[in-house]
Ligand binder design. Structure first.
Ligand code: ADP
Ligand code: ZN
Length: 516
């Protein structure tokens, strides 16, 4: 077997492997299945292109990006790899040519879309070829826990059966442990070699601020970043159009992109953006899967995304060249209500539970006074400590208020009621509510009953959420989500913590000036 290093140099012209590439490739070549989650730009393509060259038989790459397949084939050919693709966009003639190359043993690398693979008889046809290796790209699409589930991907559960002798490798740029389990299970991987690279995108600066006039805020942000390439995401097509019009009117070179536009227009707008002829694309999340523009300097979210994973994925399109780039998210309570409205319409119970959990995670990310990077990485089961230096929280951009005394009131209510009650009851105690449940448990006789009458329910729930987010208290799932204290919660309550509980100060929305 040829040395992978030699091939890397000779074929791709690179001197060194990027982190994990060598381990991944060596394992594949030795016949072991591989599961690899590497961040975008990590260099996944080489992990299957290089084995494709070194294996005897054919390498199949499953990829959902039909629109990009031609580019991928051209890219591989530029390195002298005999690459082909099969998908719904080929004419019967072109398809016949591909089969001819396969029969002749000429093809080394074959890109297939899962929708093709799902067609009966299609994979039967492939069985007769000597397939050494099957790589599944964007593998998170198999999982309903991922942010981009594709039903067609479920057909990939048959890869093992069709190609029992081949190595299977799965690649993804985003995978929580749940998604990872789904992928390994569905693809029937055998004791795969696991790679989980860090998801920390050091070049990205995260900033999340309350929304009060999205278009104006977006314009103010972009105005100070002249000539920079960026994406602005909006939740609805109507808002995409409005923001695009607003920015254009202010002299920003901006174009819209959403699924409601004619495909010609979409292609044209994307093309102008790729060639740096427009600076900003205003888009729904339909824009981006497979964007390959390395110099995107900022990603703005004009509305709260539906999940942390989606947010990570979308912001991840900035800074692929490794240069510092910025992410700005505007959020409001109205965004949460809007997403709730969509969730209520979901009929599938499991999907509903997931959507609610996703919403909970993303609204915590936006509202809790904890390093954004730490929260994102913890979502991906990666721990992170210390000041990241590249988010609004760590840089003290958000105005903070000392919430220690109010935190103590909440903690005291939790302790005095025996750590047996959930958020609602605790807030009722603090605010001195006179409900049946309060009287039933004698909570109106607690010393803490009514100590927080002067402040709103919203304020008290943000205190509770902050304590949860900073892990001073937790919800006990074994006791109906009752709130309980962690050690640091006790320290705060008894005034021996040695730190304050800092809360982000919520700015009042700016009042509209009334000209008469
Ligand atoms: P991913 O699919 O993980 O987002 P790609 O496979 O598209 O990443 O690789 C990103 C870029 O890095 C490509 O331009 C690729 O040519 C380059 N690249 C990959 N591996 C190496 C390497 N070992 N040395 C230098 N450049 C590399
Ligand atoms: Zn930080």
């Amino acid at each position: 077997m040829k040395k992978p290093e030699a091939a890397l140099k000779k074929i791709f012209g690179f001197k060194k492997f990027r982190p994990y590439q060598k381990e991944i490739i060596t394992n594949i070549l030795e016949g072991r299945d591989v599961f690899a989650s590497l961040p975008t730009g990590g260099g996944k393509s080489i992990c299957y292109q290089l084995p494709a060259l070194l294996f005897e038989g054919i390498t199949i790459v499953m990829s959902p990006l039909v629109a990009l397949m031609k580019d991928q084939v051209d890219g591989a050919r530029a390195y002298g790899i005999e690459a082909y693709c099969l998908n719904s966009s080929l004419s019967p003639m072109e398809t016949a040519d591909v089969y001819q190359a396969l029969e002749a043993g000429k093809a080394k690398l074959l890109y297939i879309s899962p929708e093709r693979f799902a067609i009966d008889g299609f994979s039967e046809n492939l069985k007769k070829f000597n397939v050494s290796f099957v790589a599944v790209d964007e593998a998170h699409c198999v999982s309903e826990w991922g942010h981009d589930f594709r039903p067609d991907y479920l057909s990939l559960s048959r890869i093992r059966e069709f190609f029992p002798g081949s190595v299977i490798a799965a690649f993804t740029a985003t995978a929580t442990l749940k998604v990872q389990e789904d992928i390994i299970g569905l693809l029937k991987m055998r004791d795969p070699f696991l790679v989980r690279a860090s998801f920390d995108r050091k070049e990205l600066y995260y900033r999340i601020v309350p929304k009060n006039g999205a278009n104006r805020q977006i314009y103010e942000f972009i105005r100070k970043r002249k000539k920079q390439s960026g994406i602005v995401y909006r939740l609805s097509r109507a808002d995409v159009e409005k923001t695009a019009a607003y920015l254009s009117e202010k002299g920003i070179k901006a174009l819209p992109y959403h699924a409601g536009l004619a495909s010609k227009t979409r292609e044209k707008n994307q093309d102008l953006f790729n060639r740096d002829e427009v600076d900003v694309v205003i888009a729904t999340i339909a824009f981006g899967m497979g964007i390959d523009k390395s110099n995107i300097r900022f990603v703005v979210h004009g509305d709260l995304p539906k999940s942390v994973e989606g947010y990570y994925q979308e912001t991840g399109r900035a800074g692929r060249d490794g240069l510092p780039s910025e992410c700005l998210l505007l959020y409001s309570a109205g965004d949460i209500a809007k997403i709730h409205y969509f969730i209520d319409k979901i009929s599938d119970e499991n999907e509903k539970v997931r959507a609610n959990r996703n919403l909970n995670n993303i609204s915590n990310l936006a509202s809790i006074n904890v390093c954004r990077r730490k929260q994102i990485l913890e979502y991906f089961n990666e721990s992170y400590e210390g000041n990241c230096g590249a988010c609004d929280i760590c840089n003290g951009e958000a105005e903070q208020v000392d919430g220690t005394v109010d935190a103590q009131k909440v903690l005291s209510a939790i302790v005095r009621s025996g750590q047996r009650f959930g958020i609602g009851q605790i807030i009722d105690i603090v605010r001195g509510a006179d409900t049946e449940k309060i009287r039933k448990f004698g909570h109106n006789e607690l010393k803490t009953w009514g100590v927080g009458k002067d402040k709103s329910k919203v304020w008290w729930s943000s205190i509770v959420n902050e304590l949860l987010g900073q892990k001073h208290i937790y919800r006990d799932p074994d006791s109906f989500n009752a709130l309980k204290l962690n050690e640091s919660g006790g320290d705060i309550l008894y005034g021996r913590a040695g730190f304050s509980v800092l809360m982000k100060k919520e700015k009042e929305p700016e009042k509209k000036l009334n000209f008469r």
